[in-house]
Design a protein around this ligand. Structure first.
Ligand code: HEM
Length: 124
């Protein structure tokens, strides 16, 4: 199950603190990206990154409750997220994780977790 595998990855890379650092960097990169940056204009990417960290910890079973927006509700007010946007996010994620020295298997685990949300987030 990808959640359990992701938990091992997060522990190995340095725990919750490192998760927040990586996600803040990942969201900063997305917000500056020519293809998907516009989704984040006028939004506080650190705040979104920290909410995403809480969501991941919840999905991993590390925390018992999560009161933030869910992946289904969080994107309703945004312009439609298309497959190409989602693919671009995965490319930026892959590059970010590489820069933090996550190995191929751990990067794939994280990407598998993200891809599990593709169908509910992408509008076709
Ligand atoms: C290309 C794909 C994606 C884009 C462009 C995107 C963009 C965004 C943006 C702009 C927000 C902030 C919404 C707001 O504050 O009103 C947001 C929130 C959120 N996203 Fe995504 N997202 C994407 C994929 C994902 C994926 C794959 C997940 C789950 C693994 C996810 C989980 C969340 C969650 C939980 C929030 C709520 C954070 C909060 O409460 O502030 N998103 N997303």
């Amino acid at each position: 199950m990808s959640q359990t595998k992701l938990k091992k990855v997060v522990i190995k890379m340095g725990g919750e603190e490192k998760l927040r650092i990586i996600l803040r960097d990942f969201y900063k990169r997305m917000s500056q990206d020519i293809l998907i940056g516009f989704f984040f204009s006028h939004l506080d990417t650190n705040q979104i990154a920290d909410s995403q960290a809480k969501f991941i910890l919840f999905a991993m079973g590390e925390s018992h409750s999560y009161t933030g927006k869910t992946p289904t509700s969080a994107h309703l007010e945004l312009p439609p997220i298309l497959d190409g946007h989602f693919n671009r996010r995965i490319v930026i994620l892959e590059q970010t994780l590489k820069d933090y020295q996550l190995d191929r298997i751990d990067r794939d685990t994280w990407i598998e977790f993200e891809n599990a949300f593709r169908k509910i987030i992408v509008k076709d």
